[in-house]
Design a protein around this ligand. Structure first.
Ligand SMILES: NC(=O)N[C@@H](CC(=O)O)C(=O)O
Ligand SMILES: [Zn+2]
Ligand SMILES: [Zn+2]
Length: 422
């Protein structure tokens, strides 16, 4: 169906009419049969792209499925998500990544781009069949053992070299495992007070420093997952200044929350890497503004009730992110629409190699992948009201700015009036 978005503000610009053709492309021609949407006061952004999403299928469909996660994504303004490989079975073969890719197509709410594992079973011992995943129907370009660090430097080097053949990228979960044995939260004053084993900042920074040197040595692309410390930002700043091909992401929760949240021992705040200090939060915000950190990625990590509502030390790390990412970024940075479009759509689409996403909404012929935001709306986060199958949001009860009114995937509405269409 064709749509006419009347009076919409593209990236905060002057109100205009935006035509979505029934061929799924943006057009400058009007169509008498187009469905008219009054978009007065709404801001159009290119559809958001998440380079780091956990969809839990196959294996933990009780926590999330490709379909429920896709619905949460569309409601959050996303048109594409990259699905992490730490499923059960692990996405370490062409068969599994094709299964996830097909499930995404069947759900039809966002483009689900599978990420392939770097090592067999995420065990860190033997390289997975990266080439077969790259040439499969899923056309995998990002490889990651996320959840675990590719700690073996020789294996990391080989993986970096291998993916060069198809312009792939290794997304590293930077955590030196020997420095985080038994870790429960950020190592600092708060962990000392609470008596919980600490996860020191250096465990992240040491791996990023090693990996940027490896990537520089072999001339490959490296992507750093969920950067969480001020020291990591400095390592990245220096590497980028030298021309190393490294990109990095920060999560909404690391841009807002601190280790103080652990004080009540509520496991909803347990996450990997852990929430850090206010000084780290400030450095991460500045790095996103400067472009030292390229993108905001959700690290949407749904967990079933029994894995989260238990004693802190037994709880799984991870928190929901897809439905709250844009509101959190809006509350931290305000209405910086150009910045938001770049860090949440254009740059992630480029990193993931998703050509149809992160396009120019003013250009006729671009795929109509976009979302409409009402920046003046306020809403209260209710865990049970989210579309995700899980409810482990750290923002329960918070009032957030910005509501997603509509999302379009190749010109088809996936969200209308703030509700998913299927
Ligand atoms: N972020 C988390 O705390 N958990 C993630 C794994 C990960 O991103 O490392 C998960 O899969 O639950
Ligand atoms: Zn991780
Ligand atoms: Zn993750």
């Amino acid at each position: 169906m064709a749509y006419l978005l009347k009076g919409v503000s593209i990236l905060g610009g002057k109100p205009t009419d935006l035509h979505l053709g029934d061929d799924g492309l943006i057009t400058d021609r009007s169509d008498d049969k187009a469905e008219v949407i009054d978009a007065t006061g709404l801001v159009a952004l290119p559809g958001l792209v998440d380079v780091h999403t956990h969809l839990r299928e196959p294996g933990r469909e009780d926590a999330e499925t490709v379909e429920t996660g896709s619905r949460a994504a569309a409601l959050g303004g996303y048109t594409a998500v990259c699905a992490m490989a730490n499923t059960s079975p692990v996405a370490d073969t062409a068969g599994v990544v094709e299964q996830v890719w097909r499930l995404g197509r069947e759900a039809g709410l966002v483009d689900v781009q599978p990420i392939g594992a770097v090592t067999v079973g995420l065990a860190g011992k033997q390289m997975a069949e990266l080439g077969a995943m790259a040439t499969s129907a899923a056309k995998v370009r990002i490889f990651s053992d996320d959840g675990f660090c590719v700690a073996d430097p020789k294996l990391m080097r080989r993986a970096l070299e291998y993916v060069k053949a198809f312009d792939g990228v290794i997304a590293q979960h930077a955590e030196e495992p020997r420095l985080t044995e038994g870790a429960q939260m950020h190592e600092g004053e708060v962990s000392t007070r609470l008596g919980l084993t600490g996860w020191p900042a250096v465990a992240e920074e040491a791996i990023i420093a090693r990996d940027v040197l490896l990537a520089e040595h072999v001339g490959s692309r490296l992507h750093v997952c969920h950067v969480s410390t001020a020291g990591s930002v400095e390592v990245l700043r220096q590497a980028k200044a030298r021309g190393v091909r490294v990109t990095a992401e920060v999560t909404p929760h690391h841009l807002l929350l601190t280790d103080e949240m652990a004080s009540g021992y509520d496991p909803v705040f347990k996450v990997n890497p852990p929430l850090r200090t206010a000084r780290d939060v400030d450095a991460l915000r500045q790095a996103l503004l400067d472009g030292v950190i390229d993108v905001v990625a959700t690290d949407h990590a749904p967990h079933a009730v029994q894995d989260k509502e238990c004693e802190w030390s037994y709880a799984r790390p991870g928190m929901l992110g897809l439905e709250t990412a844009l509101p959190i970024v809006l509350s931290v940075f305000g209405e910086k629409w150009e910045l938001i479009a770049d860090r949440m759509s254009i740059a992630p689409a480029r990193i993931a190699g998703l050509a149809g996403h992160g396009g120019d909404l003013t250009k006729a012929g671009s795929p109509a992948n976009l979302t409409l935001v009402d920046p003046s709306a306020r809403w209260v986060v209710e865990p049970g009201g989210l579309a995700s199958r899980s409810s482990n949001t750290p923002y329960a009860g918070m009032t957030l700015p910005g509501r997603i009114v509509a999302t379009f995937l190749r010109g088809e509405a996936t969200v209308l009036d703030g509700k998913a269409v299927k």
